[in-house]
Each structure stands twice: as C-alpha cells, then as structure tokens.
Design a protein around this ligand. Sequence first.
Ligand code: NAD
Length: 513
Amino acid sequence: DPHGMRDVLRQLGVQSQNAAYSTGRQWGGASNPSRQIVSPADGQPIAAVAQASVADYETVVKAAEAAFPAWRLMPAPQRGDIVRQIGLALRHNKEALGKLVSYEMGKILQEGLGEVQEMIDICDFAVGLSRQLHGFTMHSERPAHRMYEQYHPLGIVGIISAFNFPVAVWSWNAMLAAVCGDVCIWKPSEKTPLAAVAVQNIIEKVLADNDVPEGVFNLVLGHADVGQAMSADERVPLVSATGSTCMGRAVGAAVGQRLGRALLELGGNNAIILTPQADLDMAMRAIVFGAVGTAGQRCTTTRRLIIHESIYEEVSQRLLTAYAKLPVGHPLQNGTLVGPLIDADAVGIFTHALEAVQKEGGTLLTGGQVLSSAELHGGHYVLPALVAAENHYPTVQAETFAPILYLIKYSGGVENAIALQNGVRQGLSSAIFTLNLREAEAFLGHAGSDCGIANVNIGTSGAEIGGAFGGEKETGGGRESGSDAWRVYMRRQTNTINYGTELPLAQGIKFDI
Ligand code: NAD
C-alpha cells in the first residue's frame, strides 16, 4: 500500500457494500449484485459496491418525495448555511478525497485536489446565491397593477454523472439545487462509485448535525438502467446528465417524451487556433495541459490545433520536443503529468482511432504506444499522440476520449480558422491565441466561435466555476455552475397584482357584463 490508500478509505468510510443512500439511511447491500472497482493506475481492486435494484431506486425516490415539502419551506439562506458547512467538511477532507479521486479515476493528484477545490468553490458560490435567488419586477400596462416574477423550488433533481469528474459535477448540480430548495438523487458513473460514497459520507455528518430530513441528498449506485429509470420518471422534473452524446440523446428523448426538463452536458471536440500573432511560449503550456491533462479525458480537452501555415513547422517542432519528455506514470507519483486511461476499453478506443485516422490520410507524428512495463503494474497507460490531420476526416470529427491532438493547417485570414473550428458537430470549448485585437474580436463576435466557451490567450480546459458552463450543438445546450445557471433548478412564476378598484384587461380588450 505505497500510497496510503488504506488510510484514505478508512478516513472516508469507504468499505460499504450498500447500493443506495439517503440522509442517514442505506439500502440494498449484500444481497444485491456487486461490482468490483479496480484502480486504473495499478489494476488493484479497491472495494466492491452493490448495484441498486429497481426496488432500491423506488425506495430512494419515495424518500426524496417525502423530504421535498419540508426542505422547500426552509428559508434559502438557512439551506445556504448547510451548504456552507458542507464546504467546510470538504475542506477538511480535501486531501483524502482528492487522493481517492486520483486513485479511482486515474487523474494526477494535483487534478484530484483541484476537483475537490472546485467543489469547495461551488459551495461558496451557492452560499452567496442563497440570498440572490431573484426575479425581475416589470411595469404593468394597466393602472394600479404590479407585475413581477419569482422562482420556486422545482422538486427532485436527478443527477447523472460521468467518470471523468466523479465528484465535482455532482456538486455543481447538488449545491445549486440545494439552495434552490430541491432535493436530489445522484447516479454516479458505474466506473467511479467509491468517490461518490465518500462524498455521501462526508456530507452525512453535516446533515445529521443540522437535522436535515432523510431524502434531501440521495445516492443510487448502478449502471445505465438506473439513469434510464430516472429519465423516464415523471416524479423527477429535472434530469441533469453529464456524459457522452450517445447517452445525452437517450436521456433527452426519454425526458422530452414526458415533457420534463433535461440539462445536458455532453461531449466536446475543442480546438485552439494559433494565428501568426500568437504568443507561442504562452500557447505551448495551454496546448500541452489541454491535450494531455487528465490523459485527454476531459470534456474540454484540446483535441484540435488549428495552426496558421506560416508557423506550422515551428509549432509542430516545439510540440514534438514537449511530448518527448512527458512524464507518464502513476497518478499519485510526484512529478507525473499524464496518468492512465480509465480502463482497457478506453485503451482500445485510443488505438483504434489512431489506426483509423492514418487510413483516412493522417500522419502519426509521435506517441500512440500502449505502455505495458512491469513498473506500471497492469495500469492502462498510453503515450499521448500528435497526428497531422485534416478537419474533415471522420475520426477528427468524432470525440475520442483519449490523448490525441490533431494538428490542422489553415491559410489566409482568421475567418478560415474559425470556419474550421466551427466545422464539427460539437460546440463545447474553443480558444484563440493572438495578440491582434481584430483577430480576437472576430473570434468572439457574432460570426465567431459557436461554442459555449470561447477563450482568448487561455486554453480550452480548466474553466472557473463562476461562469455558466456548457456547450451548443451536440454538446447538448445545458449550462451549469456559475452565472444564472441556477434558474434551471427552479420553476418561474409571473405574478400580477391589481391593487386598484377597476378590472382593466390587458391589450385594452373590452368585455362588459
Ligand atoms: P457515458 O455517457 O458512458 O456515461 C455517463 C453517465 O451516463 C454514467 O453515469 C452512465 O451510467 C449513464 N448512462 C449511460 N447511458 C445512459 C442512458 N441511456 N440513460 C441514462 N443514463 C445513462 O460517459 P463517460 O464515459 O462516463 O464520460 C465521458 C463523456 O462525458 C465524454 O463524452 C465527455 O465529453 C462527457 N463529459 C461532458 C462534460 C460536460 O460538462 N459537457 C463533462 C464531463 C464529461
């Protein structure tokens, strides 16, 4: 146990065999089918978790339904105070939870800690928000009338999360939902349930100390079938789902069928544009962090580099130099920058994409090997790849969730680079490196990037929580986290009050009885 994982699991209470959790309660357990969770870093089993049955899911929904009426009546700032305490508990457990995220998911420790910090940040944001759930007041066209809008709690929020941000995505949704007066049911990725169990344990004490009713924060471990049940369930007015576009299509259709609300955060195919006026020293760090960080398993990972032909040679040479010394290894090892992929399937998808893109005309410049050295103990490690390619290749058009960076040449003005950047079906994150005001503003203007995130002199990944996060087109159109993303977790009501002695009708309609 060289990385002290036994102590981490003990501190976080992760030995449990249960399938479903609610405030102070657990269901399922030993008689359910279980799933053995293995670290992608060294192939070692960490713990087994039971998978929820339909009956377990039903029990949790009942608990959530029962909790909502009391929770929605608690003043929002009081709910905010509970979120404040959750933030403190996360601060207290940051080191251990960051380590578990790193070991279970495979991202390097710095990023595991960063993920927990993001949870802490969203708690702070939500505490402030709990006093800012405001609507507008409008002037009425009728005399002695007042018109305004207000936001009410919505009900049960279903949260389906992906493996690559096993805990932060829950907090973006759950902390906002909590101050908005909603109760939530979390279905984490079946690949990373232990970090979710740890989070439930961390918040448990805060909930008990504050007499939070059973059913406000719920966790159901299971496969896609639990997510499917939630998507089709009329008792769940909002389903917030993060994952692949394929999953989003299924969830969006099921939620749409019953006219519920879906918040979809799906795949990206993010590009950085490098114009002749780019500060290349600055750009290099952004590109390498964006392309190989989290071993290419971020929704905002830099997948395409759109380079002006006049600097293409220099950029590719500098990247080859940087890629030659990338420290690939155990994510908990000091100095590692690239950890493993999540599992053997992911390695297969990486290798397959590299074969396919070469058949389509691409040239593998470096990387692409699957590492199997004894030192890596059966982990799923690959060497990040650089590929010279063209934007229209089918493989370049798809999101491959692995560290492959496509180098794409453009000529002429920045509008040509923007056309390439927009020329994919996804629309999550985008960036330009330039010191030229005209190029930067063209990229940000109405005819510029079509993505939910557009950055200047910053890479595509590593967003702050203060802005709304999400993307257009096949990325699903949802927005979570900062700005006014909270509105989707509430129901809006328009109120008109007549304090006069007449009953004038809108639009001046005459209706005398
Ligand atoms: P995935 O789609 O395989 O699984 C995501 C979650 O959806 C899991 O909990 C899974 O059990 C569940 N699920 C799968 N099929 C379902 C269905 N039909 N109905 C209901 N639930 C279902 O994704 P993954 O491999 O865990 O994560 C990687 C993907 O997530 C990438 O495409 C990445 O870009 C995307 N992602 C997007 C964002 C974002 O904010 N836009 C953030 C993180 C990850």
